[in-house]
Design a protein around this ligand. Structure first.
Ligand SMILES: C[S@@+](CC[C@H](N)C(=O)[O-])C[C@H]1O[C@@H](n2cnc3c(N)ncnc32)[C@H](O)[C@@H]1O
Length: 213
């Protein structure tokens, strides 16, 4: 199981929402060839739309990978807005930096190198928008820090809450059991978090959106 949407509808929507950006296409191919998980195209478009609606001044991203989503966020930010993005992988950081340089958004994207679990408690200033896309085992802790770092009225955007369909499946393969259990527990905590208004949408791999009250 790895689809939330049937292939025909998925293909139709992809064609309908077609876009062409050589750098993003190059990054999509690189991620695909090197097994680096990045936001699906539909989730990325949705994220970009939300950035345009919320118009955040300060965005925090947890999980940069090769900076695909960082660039998609940055290209939709207003003039003085920035995205701070945290990445722990020594393999991914240089690739992310190279892509950011190619994108021309060096002044908008600031990479924090290290584990978000350690970096987040050192961040003093709050954010208008937080995108959580890190290791699932870290989700709960990063989410708890995010609630603290999110401004009132701020938006949190979380990927993978349908976890390739497994969170809703009755049968889960043994190698996916632990991660599925983690995401299922996370989802229960997410939709009942008293400081947020939330929903989980069947976009991409399942997107959780919360607004801080
Ligand atoms: C799913 S990828 C991020 C994809 C990226 N947001 C995109 O859509 O283009 C997850 C990334 O988060 C990083 N990561 C996972 N847990 C982390 C943590 N606790 N702190 C910092 N980085 C983390 C991984 O090394 C990986 O590069």
């Amino acid at each position: 199981m790895n689809r939330i949407l049937y292939p025909a509808q998925s293909r139709y929507l992809e064609n309908l929402n077609k876009e062409s950006d050589p750098l993003l296409e190059e990054m999509e191919t690189f991620a695909n060839q090197n097994n680096i998980p990045i936001l699906s195209k539909d989730s990325a478009k949705f994220l970009e739309l939300l950035i345009n609606m919320v118009k955040p001044k300060r965005v925090l991203e947890l999980g940069t990978a090769i900076a695909y989503s960082s660039i998609r966020i940055a290209r939709n930010l207003k003039k003085k807005s920035v995205v701070h993005t945290i990445e722990k992988s020594a393999d991914n950081i240089p690739i992310a930096k190279e892509n950011i340089a190619k994108s021309g958004f060096q002044d908008k994207i600031i990479i924090y190198e290290g584990n978000a679990v350690e970096i987040m408690p050192t961040l003093a200033k709050k954010y208008d928008f937080i995108f959580l896309d890190a290791d699932k085992a870290d989700y709960k802790r990063l989410f708890d820090y995010s609630i603290i770092l999110l401004k009132k009225g701020g938006v949190i955007f979380i990927d993978n809450l349908l976890w390739h369909g497994y969170t809703a499946a009755s049968k889960v393969p043994s190698d996916m059991k632990l991660s599925t259990k983690i995401i299922r527990e996370f989802n229960k905590g997410f939709v009942t978090q008293p400081k947020l208004k939330t929903t989980v949408l069947p976009v991409g791999d399942g997107i959780g959106i919360g607004v801080k009250e």
